[in-house]
Design a binder for this molecule. Structure first.
Ligand SMILES: Cc1cc2nc3c(=O)[nH]c(=O)nc-3n(C[C@H](O)[C@H](O)[C@H](O)COP(=O)(O)OP(=O)(O)OC[C@H]3O[C@@H](n4cnc5c(N)ncnc54)[C@H](O)[C@@H]3O)c2cc1C
Length: 355
């Protein structure tokens, strides 16, 4: 029987899988998507995330793939007002983080099983049985729900996801090309009327991660993201004639979600990462906290597997990580408010969410 079944192969599930495999624990990693994605999403590793990756032997590769010397270039009402270095972390696309972790995992003899969606979970005193969408099943000693904000694992366990979700999306995001736009800075255009657009050059690619408030229809309702809409937002806020955005490889909307799981464990099944907490991304803490959850969970499960009476060891995980999730929600909400206020002032911007 496999020691640990990991549901989800985002940064949290892959970190957990590498950490457990390095400890000699047998794992299977299932993911419902058909294969890897190439979306920039969470684009910053902070010193805490990098510390975990140093132990897993992938920090240098992350740093070499990403960029440690990012400069935020701010424009206010079309005028270049400041350049601010963002020190201490590594700018890198989430898909690249996942790719490096997947390769590390493959080196340890484990491959992600794509196209394998978990639809049911049952447990007894000796293990967990996961039911799969294709009718199959997997048996393991423990299971880890690393399956993101819409976690099936959390829902199957009936664990409440406490908090709130704002009714309307407040941001559109995506990956685009912008031929002619400099790639040495994270461009951030803000205006005194309150709107803005951000284009961040993603290392190792020709793309920028774009973030902006959504366009709205005649009734003030947010419109879904499109390449044409991105271009209109760019023309309105950046106003650089001749720059045409192309090849949108990722288009998404984002709304404020501030929620955490009421519990992070139910018997032999534990939650980590976005499955356990979602919050504003000001400060870039989501992926990094999932990586730290995973490190704590690997320690917990390795201890539990070696312990004939593992209840205390398992309880220690929630005792350690639930207060972290609680603080994370308050902290990132405060950072989000600081950013919203700062971008209305010339010379200030998203770095207000970083300290
Ligand atoms: C625009 C943007 C910018 C961000 N910036 C940052 C940043 O700078 N720094 C930072 O730390 N974070 C950032 N984040 C947040 C970060 O993207 C998330 O916190 C991170 O993806 C969470 O990782 P995860 O592994 O917990 O979940 P996910 O990445 O959501 O992975 C979950 C996986 O589970 C799989 N899955 C779901 N259900 C099932 C099922 N039933 N069976 C099998 N598999 C399943 C999914 O296919 C998916 O692959 C940002 C997010 C966005 C959108």
């Amino acid at each position: 029987m496999t020691d640990v079944l990991i549901v989800g192969s985002g940064p949290t599930g892959l970190t957990l899988a590498c950490d457990l495999a390095l400890r000699g624990v047998s794992v299977r990693v299932l993911d419902g998507r058909p294969g890897p994605h190439r979306e920039s999403r969470g684009k910053g590793l902070n010193p805490d995330g990098l510390e975990v990756f140093a132990r897993l032997g992938v920090e240098e590769r992350m740093a070499a793939t990403g960029n440690r010397r990012l400069v935020l270039r701010k424009y206010f009402d079309g005028v270049h007002v400041s350049d601010t270095p963002a020190d201490g972390g590594v700018l890198i696309g989430q898909w690249q983080v996942e790719e490096i972790l997947r390769e590390r995992l493959a080196g340890l003899g484990v491959r992600v099983e794509y196209g394998t969606r978990v639809t049911g979970l049952a447990q007894d005193p000796t293990g967990v049985t996961a039911r799969l969408a294709d009718g199959g099943s997997v048996r393991a000693g423990y299971a880890a729900g690393c399956d993101g904000g819409h976690s099936t694992t959390r829902e199957l366990l009936g664990i409440p996801f406490e908090g709130y979700t704002e009714e309307k999306p407040t941001m559109v995001v995506g990956d685009v090309r912008a031929p002619g736009l400099g790639r040495d800075h994270w461009h951030q255009w803000f205006t005194s009327e309150g709107g803005g657009i951000l284009l961040c050059p993603m290392p190792g690619t020709e793309t920028f991660q774009l973030q902006s408030a959504p366009e709205t229809d005649g009734d003030g309702e947010p419109l879904p993201p499109t390449l044409e809409g991105f271009q209109r937002l760019f023309d309105r806020y950046a106003g650089i004639p001749g720059i045409r955005l192309t090849e949108a490889t990722w288009l998404s909307s984002w709304r404020v979600n501030v929620r955490r799981a009421a519990r992070m464990r139910e018997g032999r099944i534990l939650l980590a990462g976005d499955a356990a907490h979602v919050h504003p991304f000001a400060g870039g803490l989501g992926m990094n906290t999932g990586i730290q959850d995973a490190a704590a969970l690997a320690r917990t499960l390795a201890t539990a597997l070696a312990d004939p009476a593992p209840a205390d060891a398992l309880d220690a995980y929630e005792a350690e990580r639930l207060p972290v999730a609680e603080r994370l929600l308050a902290d990132t909400s405060a950072r989000h408010r600081r950013v919203l206020a700062a971008v209305r002032e010339p010379g200030r911007g998203t770095e207000a969410g970083m300290g």
